[in-house]
Write a protein that binds this ligand. Structure first.
Ligand SMILES: [Zn+2]
Length: 252
């Protein structure tokens, strides 16, 4: 993203699993199984913010520093994007204040539910709101897929916060998840169109690979709690928003 270096897709085995959590929490993704690409255990310091000077590009370095910079950048971009959209709706907007890494099973909880490894979640429970991501897992996918994955990941979780603000109701979790993919696509597509985000060759392919990586197993029943959609469904939902902006997503 911005000036990403060329990356080859590494065909790590990605198994579908998602976490059924409290109603106001939504998980994004699926676990990565197998070896971590670099054997790191703790890629990001708690708190996560990059210590890099603003404006210094780490694109294509595949480093922990680039990872941290991209997480912070994706959050800031989402804050700005949704602030502007809500202003356009004439509605007040409170950004999601916290995007936090975690490293171990149960290190964080959402309400009374412990958050497991190999995932990312949006949590709104017990009066607190945050996005949390397993830093080791996200770093491994970042290295396997590319930096675009992090922008998608934050965009998807942020979208659950937008759904909460708009009080959107869904009958099945797959509807909520595909709608979040669409909103993540709108956030990224619009940011590219207005020039706040610049893609390089291969970034669109990275989005597609990332969505394939987090898709449900083909034999997972669509109506099950925690279902997110097949690769085809997730890619279609994301690019509906990416190409068509919010008009492509059902916000009613
Ligand atoms: Zn989700």
């Amino acid at each position: 993203m911005d000036q990403p270096g060329a990356r080859a897709w590494s065909p790590l085995r990605l198994a579908a699993l998602c976490v059924a959590v409290v109603a106001t929490t939504a998980c994004a993704v699926a676990p990565l199984t197998g070896e971590r690409p670099d054997g790191r255990n703790e890629p990001a310091a708690p708190g996560g913010a990059s210590s890099q000077p603003q404006g210094e590009s780490l694109e294509g370095t595949d480093t922990v520093e680039e990872f941290e910079q991209d997480i912070v950048g994706a959050e800031q971009l989402a804050d700005e994007y949704w602030s502007q959209r809500f202003a356009g709706f004439g509605a007040p907007f409170q950004p999601i204040g916290q995007v936090v890494p975690y490293y171990r099973d149960g290190e964080l909880s959402c309400g009374e539910q412990l958050i497991p490894r190999n995932n990312a979640v949006y949590c709104l429970a017990s009066g607190e709101e945050f996005i949390a991501y397993d830093a080791n897992w996200a770093f491994a996918v970042f290295q396997a897929v590319g930096d675009s994955f992090l922008f998608y990941l934050i965009g998807h979780e942020y979208a659950h916060g937008i759904q909460a603000r708009l009080e959107l109701d869904y009958s099945f979790s797959i509807e909520r998840e595909l709608a979040a993919d669409c909103l993540a696509g709108a956030y990224l597509g619009d940011s590219v169109r207005d020039g706040t985000l610049r893609l390089d060759d291969g970034d669109l392919d990275e989005f597609q690979r990332g969505l394939e990586a987090v898709a449900d197993d083909p034999d997972q029943p669509w109506f099950e709690e925690g279902s997110h959609g097949t690769a085809e469904q997730r890619i279609a939902a994301f690019f509906k928003g990416y190409d068509g902006s919010l008009a492509g997503c059902d916000l009613s």
